[in-house]
Ligand binder design. Structure first.
Ligand SMILES: [Zn+2]
Length: 175
């Protein structure tokens, strides 16, 4: 299991760590909503000039705002942690683009999820499947902008990153 490998890595890691106190307030007063895509790990941050302690990063499948969870985290970031700007950062070649709902439904039932439960699910909404990466970013920016919990003086931008080149493009610029 990976657990053993992780614990071994951690032993080595802590040897070189010099613990220092850091603020939990994001130094760049920024919150980012992005995809859980593995290729963005350790890549998105340097691509945006963000280091440890700089920003709140909220991740899920396809950076889809599926329910109140993301909004709640953003509200916490704004009202408790001093965030003054929000960026939704999608990416090209997303694993959640063009997901086949039939296949996922079948896989869930194979692994013991009851057909009734599968049937009751709005899979696309729930699992974060998306059709178009750019449109998805635009829609998510709208959802955040339209939330009564996010104050209008907090700009909400939409961007998209190329997960290979690292190039960032602005899709929605909030003034
Ligand atoms: Zn993705």
């Amino acid at each position: 299991m990976m657990l053993d490998e992780v614990l071994k890595a951690n032993k080595n890691f802590v040897k070189d760590i010099e613990p220092k106190k850091m603020s939990h307030m994001p130094q760049k007063k920024l919150a980012i909503v992005t995809c859980m895509d593995t290729r963005l790990t350790g890549f998105l941050e340097p691509a945006m000039g963000i280091g440890r302690g700089d920003a709140k990063i909220i991740k899920n499948a396809g950076n889809t705002i599926v329910d109140r969870d993301v909004i709640r985290s953003l509200a916490a970031a704004v009202y408790a942690l001093g965030v003054e700007e929000i960026m939704v950062v999608g990416h090209y070649d997303c694993g959640m683009a063009n997901v086949d709902p039939e296949k996922i439904n079948a896989a869930m039932m194979d692994r013991g999820v009851s057909p009734k439960t599968v049937e009751d699910l709005d899979l696309k909404e729930w699992i974060g499947a998306i059709d178009n990466e750019e449109e998805n970013v635009v829609q998510n920016v709208k959802k955040i902008r339209g939330s009564p919990f996010i104050p209008s003086d907090v700009p909400v931008h939409g961007l998209i990153i190329d997960p290979y080149q690292g190039t960032l493009e602005v899709l929605v610029e909030d003034k």
